[in-house]
Design a protein around this ligand. Sequence first.
Ligand code: AGP
Length: 607
Amino acid sequence: MCGIIGYCGPKEAPRILVEGLKRLEYRGYDSAGIGVGTDGRLTVIKKAGKIRTLAEHIPEDLTGTFGIGHTRWATHGVVNDTNAHPHTDCSGRIALAHNGIIENFESLKEVLRSEGHTFHTDTDSEVIAHLIGKYYSGDLEKAVREAVSLLRGTYGIVCVHAEEPQRIVGARNGSPLVLGIGHDEMFLASDVTAIIAHTKQVVYLEDGEMASITPSDYRTSDLKDRTVEKAVEKISWELQEIERGGYTTYMEKEIMEQPESIKRAMGGRVEPEQATAHLGGLNMTTRELINIERVNIIAAGTSFYAGMVGAYLLESMARIPSFAELASEVRYRNPVVERNSLYFAVSQSGETADTLYAMKELQRKGASVLGICNVVGSSIARASDGGVYIHSGPEIAVASTKAFTSQITVFYLFCLLLARMRDMSLETGLGFVRNLQQIPEKVSQVLQSRQHIRELSQKYCGYRNFLFLGRGVNYPVALEGALKLKEISYIHAEGYSAAEIKHGPIALIGEETPSLFIVSDDHLKEKILSNMKEVKSRNGKVIAVCPKGDHEIMDVADDTIEIPSTSELFYPFLTVVPLQLFAYYCALELGRDVDQPRNLAKSVTVE
Ligand code: AGP
């Protein structure tokens, strides 16, 4: 995710900014830049790649006592020097760094273009610099206020003007911004990590608030220019603790981020009144969408399991025959590409070779393949005929967690879109939207039970084999739970449909092999309950993930992990999170390298 820092004070701004950006590196980024003000001039330097590359391009004699810096993680526009921040307006006197996504940037850009503004980047962020330039008449704070009131979407911004030395103006809506108070110096940053080496006195801005800072003073206000008095808070963290945003590992951080990352995947894509979704990047007309007769999903690993959830949904709700298949198998089985079939290639990294090559093989046979990717500008995203970014933010831990829940979010949206074009009534659609919108809060509730899950992991991590069992839409979740456990804890685990155990795996059941059942309150519950009893009667230990207060399940299971209730098809969001946490705590307990498990890489670019 992008990072921001702004500084004004007596020290050399270039050094402070680069140091701050280095502290933000853990978030993941692809380019970086600074804008420094001195003697009525602004110098902007930006580079794709690492911060050390940027630092090498900063002239030794560059001085200045105020400026802004940014690490970019591309969302709009490829990774290159030009698209890196800060962005400037037409006059070159204003520089701006932005975190977030501006949803109405295209219409704003069109208006600005018709007024004579020239754009140099493919980013959504550049329009903000031009809007500020348009409204500037000697008061930067006023111009920023007017500009941001036209934005739709999320932003955390910092902005400077060459003629307002040592002033930085910031504004926030949906992307964090914190103000740091030092001795004769002030900071604005997206994350305290960037400034903690200089001050622990901070003021957190809320959505709809702005800040204007100078070395000796600051003012916080709202978008109507009313002063907002804010408490100064003391950061209790030490520098070392916050390198991963306060978490011990990236994996823990990424699991905990899921309420936010799911919201981001939905951001601006739900049309609540019409109970439908819009996914702009699909590049498909309504007619083409209506004509789809079959959906095929190709992917690997966790993305494949997300695809299985997607196929289940599309078939049950949109009534379209849908299948998920391992990309590595598709490529070599000489697939038949049927007319009116739509293909999805799902990949967090967008670089998985199996998926990329299978996709190209399908395209060679005339298929239209859409991408569902996290990394903007990745090979799969570029090679696809259209697609949807999941906007999870960087996923650094090798074990994929938040990408899974964001990928399935996109499938829920796509399913809603297609279902509403077919049989789904407005009323059912409204219920679907309501259920989806409640998911982030319910995921937060699941995360609150992590201490209990940790205790269960301590109790069970000594076992060498596990079965993960689920049915229906939770069957892929069982497969994902087993994958998580084996990849980071090195405990052998198999995922199965609970119905399948009687066809073989039941031979493994005994005191030495616990089974983790996923049970939701749907039409298959009674059948799973019977499977649980079959395991119990063979001395197998049973852990059940089940809706809160389900005594029928609690009476049979040895241990339970309770989750909030939701509508039948929405359970995967809530059942997968406990399995991620269970695997995570087992791995911690066993002393594994959670973020970089042996033999594994984050993106698998070989076959
Ligand atoms: C999951 O935790 C993995 N490490 C792995 O299975 C991963 O999902 C797979 O390699 C696919 O990666 P992609 O989503 O980047 O294509």
